[in-house]
Design a protein around this ligand. Structure first.
Ligand SMILES: Nc1ncnc2c1ncn2[C@@H]1O[C@H](COP(=O)(O)OP(=O)(O)OP(=O)(O)O)[C@@H](O)[C@H]1O
Length: 738
């Protein structure tokens, strides 16, 4: 390691390393603010004894989830970094409630700052190549040292006065969002949604340094366009789009100005299967980087016309404040702030998958999905804006990450036990569409219901994008799923094994919540994430402390304790899969095919690190207790699957009309051997879950904005919808009983 440091370091670094920077506040004079992030303010400062400008990043420890030891450990790591393209920490020390990290002052500021001030539509290609090449060197170094940056974006690519480029924000800020060791950190969402790799969002197998390569590709697009893809959307939408859309690329009409080589380089980074992304070292050899210019060229063409960094930063602050002032409505203001922070690239987006699923359930899943068209657009926004991982407290310009939903979930999880968690665990399932890796050999869906309304979409023809071409080459079969907001999926399969494939999908879902098909889907997370999750939640709760206490209180209703919160996600999935398997014969054919295949390969159910675990192994490992629990959970999940699919069959057979269900409230085919009476418990189950969700939403609303009349109004509106929905279910139940 030592040798590597020397090889990759520079003389100047070695020189500065010998300097021992004072760890005493009085030895520094803070000057202007030159940057602000989620948890830190960065100042230009003077190191008095050395008569040198430095940057001091002041991290507010009171706003951090991490304990002081974690932060110090990370700061220490940062100080050990020694590479000309990585901003190192000279030293760090605590001042009052803040940690001061002393770093070299990067007078040009971040690429984001430069873009915002002077290049709102992005840079020219040689400049992009220059920034990216240096960034890639930094990543190569970090990855070689075993580090994952986790927050690569234009806002963290810094330029010094002489045009040298360094990757900043390594270590400390990453640790700010961790609550423990790295492994756990790697199972939480860390980073900024637009830049986040799909595998980071999915949390199925964890992620590695290839996540940085994805973020690097997104950063390339950011530098080319002036903003990251999907940056205008709220985080939930960004996550959905990243997971379900084809990877973004330079596919717009205006991108004709960019070279084929640039487009190709981006497409190589933005492959959803991390294993297929190149390493930083390999990428550095790509022809695109031949167009990179010298630091001197960057300083002359880009930096010299700009005013000093602090002036630019101040101007940007004023602009942001003006924009905010234009929006007067409280809700609009909050949304606008959120968007501002988001566009600014602040990384306070520490998501938890469960939060997102809860959000997905609230916004998109049953019971509301069928009524979506009836809700006014305002209400839709309000539901989306429930994205409760974000809230503003105290300081208007600072986005804090709140764990309110997490706290609700913790209560529910702890109280209702493992089974309830199964419906919520695993990959994000929204609108009945399971997220799948591209490597699964399938094309991505073209639309995500209402989320496909994207200004740039016409240009972004998924079939023409270089990425999708790239993906298609990897694809053995050609499957296109089109999903609308209500979870209906039209499937076109050009493969000869159509029926078997359809049946296999059904088998995968309905067997229970366990099976993954290695080639097809990420599937539900099985194993046993519950215990860990529950522990993490307990810890998270204790850390959250008073912030969420009020909410926790409000969530301790007996109903919530009794009922597992696993309905909408599990049942929303049903529509899709039931549609796929409307033919019972196909099912059994597929079932046989699946079993044959399992005999040969052994069904892969989970990957643990480098090891694949088959269902047999898993069962024997987990012992009978875990198996039983899983079976219970499976039975529950299956029941929900069945309940939804049975409905339509009954409707077809009995020709029952359900007047208040929207046209898009989809029910699917009847499984053979089911009778009407047998579905009543399942319907009852759905009915109960509706009530639970209603209460959950109400609590959320009152907690987020206890005095907000708007929410009350919205809630009333929603209550009506829920009542309509309930009455539809009652009618159905009544008719079935007759
Ligand atoms: N050494 C430096 N010299 C000059 N400006 C800097 C320096 N370090 C950071 N900045 C500026 O301050 C901003 C915020 O810093 P930083 O990103 O490290 O904070 P953070 O709280 O970790 O933010 P983030 O939300 O990106 O995680 C950066 O975007 C950059 O513009």
């Amino acid at each position: 390691m030592e040798g590597k440091l020397e090889k990759k370091g520079s003389l100047s670094d070695v020189k500065t390393e010998k300097r021992v920077y004072p760890v005493d506040e009085s030895q520094y004079r803070l000057l202007e603010e030159v940057g602000r992030g989620a948890s830190a303010v960065v100042y230009r400062a003077e190191c008095i004894p050395f008569n040198e400008y430095v940057a001091i990043k002041s991290l507010d420890l009171e706003r951090c989830n991490s304990n002081l030891n974690d932060i110090h450990r990370e700061a220490k790591t940062m100080s050990l970094i020694n590479h000309p393209n990585v901003v190192k920490a000279y030293c760090s020390f605590v001042v009052d409630h803040s940690l001061w990290v002393v770093m070299p002052y990067m007078a040009g500021g971040s690429c984001l700052h430069i873009m915002k001030s002077a290049y709102p539509d992005g840079f020219e290609e040689p400049i992009i190549a220059s920034f990216l090449k240096e960034t890639l060197k930094a990543l190569d170094y970090l990855h070689t040292q075993g580090h994952i940056h986790r927050d690569v974006k234009a806002g963290n690519i810094l330029v010094d006065g002489s045009g040298a480029v360094k990757l900043g924000d390594f270590g400390v800020s990453a640790c700010m969002f961790d609550t423990g060791d790295r492994q756990r950190a790697r199972n939480t969402f860390v980073g900024t949604p637009c830049w986040m790799a799909p595998e980071v969002m999915e949390q199925i197998h964890g992620y590695d340094f290839k996540a940085d390569i994805w973020s690097f590709g997104i950063t390339a697009l950011e530098l080319a366009h002036g903003h990251a893809p999907f940056s205008k959307f709220p985080p939930m939408k960004v996550l959905l789009m990243t997971l379900q859309n084809p990877p973004p690329g330079l596919d717009y009409a205006r991108d004709r100005r960019f070279s084929k080589s640039f487009k190709e380089m981006i497409a190589m980074c933005l492959v959803k299967d991390p294993a297929k992304r190149p390493t930083a070292e390999k990428l550095l050899k790509h022809s695109f980087f031949k167009s990179a210019r010298s630091a001197e060229y960057v300083a002359r063409t880009i930096l010299s016309p700009l005013p000093p960094l602090w002036e630019r930063v101040n101007d940007l602050k004023i602009k942001d404040a003006d924009r905010l002032a234009q929006k007067k409505m409280p809700y609009g203001e909050q949304e606008e702030r959120s968007q501002n922070e988001y566009k600014r690239g602040v990384s306070a987006w520490n998501f938890d998958l469960e939060d997102l699923k809860a959000q997905a359930a609230l916004g998109d899943g049953e019971p509301f999905s069928g009524m979506a068209e009836k809700l006014d657009s305002d209400f839709q926004e309000a539901i989306e804006a429930l994205s409760p991982t974000l809230c503003f407290e105290h300081e208007p310009d600072v986005l804090l990450h709140s764990t309110k939903i997490c706290s609700i979930k913790s209560e529910a999880a702890l109280d209702s036990g493992e089974q309830s968690m199964h419906g919520l665990s695993g990959p994000l399932q929204v609108n009945g569409l399971r997220t799948e890796h591209c490597s699964a050999g399938k094309k991505e869906p073209k639309h995500i219901g209402r989320f496909d309304v994207f200004e740039d979409d016409p240009d972004q023809d998924s079939t023409d994008s270089p990425n999708s071409k790239l993906l298609r080459r990897e694809t053995k079969e050609d499957t296109v799923e089109e999903t609308n907001f209500n979870g209906n999926v039209e499937t076109e399969m050009e493969d000869d094994n159509l029926d078997i494939e359809k049946g296999r999908k059904m088998e995968l879902i309905s067997n229970d919540a366990r099976v993954h098909d290695q080639d097809h889907c990420s599937g539900l997370l099985i194993g046993n994430p519950v215990a860990d999750s529950a522990n993490e939640m307990r810890e998270a709760d204790s850390e959250i402390g008073t912030n969420t206490q009020a909410l926790d209180e409000s969530m301790r209703s007996p109903k919530l304790k009794e009922k597992p919160f696993n309905g909408p996600l599990a049942s929303a999935t049903t529509t899709v899969d039931a549609n796929l398997s409307s033919n019972g014969l196909n099912q059994s054919k597929a079932s046989i095919a699946q079993k044959d295949e399992e005999k040969l390969k052994g069904p892969l159910v989970q990957k643990k690190g480098r090891f694949s675990v088959t269902s047999h192994e898993l069962e024997s490992q987990e012992g009978s207790q875990a198996t039983n629990t899983r079976r219970n959970a499976s039975a529950q999940t299956s029941a929900l699957h069945k309940s939804s699919s049975v409905n339509e069959g009954l409707l077809e057979r009995k020709n029952v009309q359900v007047p208040t269900l929207g046209p898009s409230q989809s029910f699917s085919g009847l499984s053979s051997g089911m009778n009407a009476v047998s579905v009543i418990p399942q319907l009852q189950n759905l009915f109960n879950q509706t009530a639970i969700q209603q209460e959950l939403i109400m609590n959320l609303m009152s907690t987020i904005n206890p005095s907000g009349d708007q929410y009350v109004e919205k809630y009333n509106c929603m209550s009506i919808e829920v009542i309509l929905y309930r009455s539809a279910k009652k009618t159905l139940l009544h008719r079935l009983q007759i």
